[in-house]
Design a protein around this ligand. Structure first.
Ligand code: SAM
Length: 226
């Protein structure tokens, strides 16, 4: 693979299962993840989407210079995409905040029955507790999930399948936390500090208190206070 990936993007790359007709790199910016998928033929087609024209123009030029094949570059708001009606596709949405993530997912999930089968690989930049609360309201089943630390920052990711009566619903917080692992513990403590700050804002208090309760439970487990 020519494209160099950060530890975070490499974890996402490894989480992309083979067998999709296309992979959509939503909010692609530099498009590194999609480029790595193209180069390794992990999927026969990659659709890059970003709403900033300078970004898509530059990416298009780079892909042409590399002689890449099997791609499209779209300059538009990802929440209003026209999704294919047939086939099996993966929507990758990483590196954007909780609100953008949920807006884009809501917009595309609303197309529901009119489209082909879409799975999601998401890795929101922040507020995973809030994201997971919303994900639990949608018919999504967890295929895989994980956590990666990159340059002192932690990122959760989820591979989700869309469908009624999800056999493996989204849990909140994630099931993989193990506070005896230093990286997990460090990340959970950071989340707890952030949730405590959020709880001072009356509009965020209820949700922040739910998060504080959950995080304290995870951190106390380490000390055996079950
Ligand atoms: C920080 S970059 C993330 C790049 C890459 N996905 C990653 O994980 O490294 C965020 C990009 O999302 C794009 N973006 C934000 N909201 C968008 C939307 N609604 N539709 C399409 N692109 C969007 C921005 O233009 C920006 O290029």
């Amino acid at each position: 693979m020519k494209t160099r990936l950060s530890k975070r993007l490499n974890a996402l790359f490894d989480a992309v299962p083979p067998g999709y007709d296309s992979v959509w790199d939503l909010c692609c910016d530099h498009g590194r993840l999609g480029m790595a998928i193209l180069e390794t033929a992990r999927a026969p087609a990659v659709i890059f989407v970003d709403q900033i024209q300078d970004i898509t123009r530059e990416l298009e030029e780079r892909l042409q210079r590399y002689g890449a094949e099997g791609y499209q570059v779209l300059c538009q708001d990802a929440s209003h995409l026209n999704l294919p009606k047939q086939g099996r596709h993966l929507l990758v949405l990483a590196g954007v905040g909780d609100e953008v993530t949920l807006n884009i997912m809501a917009g595309l999930l609303a197309q529901g029955a009119n489209t082909a089968r879409f799975d999601w690989l998401i890795s929101p930049a922040n507020n995973l507790f809030q994201v997971r609360e919303q994900l639990q309201q949608w018919p999504l089943s967890v295929q895989a999930e994980g956590f990666v630390m990159d340059k002192q920052r932690g990122y959760e990711w989820l591979l989700l399948q869309h469908g009624e009566a999800p056999p493996c619903p989204v849990s909140n917080p994630a099931p993989f936390w193990d506070a005896s692992q230093p990286e997990h513990r460090q990340h959970l403590q950071k989340l707890l500090r952030h949730a405590r700050k959020q709880s001072k804002n009356p509009q965020q208090r209820d949700q922040a208190e739910r998060e504080i309760h959950a995080l304290q439970g995870l951190l106390e487990k380490k000390r055996g206070i079950q």
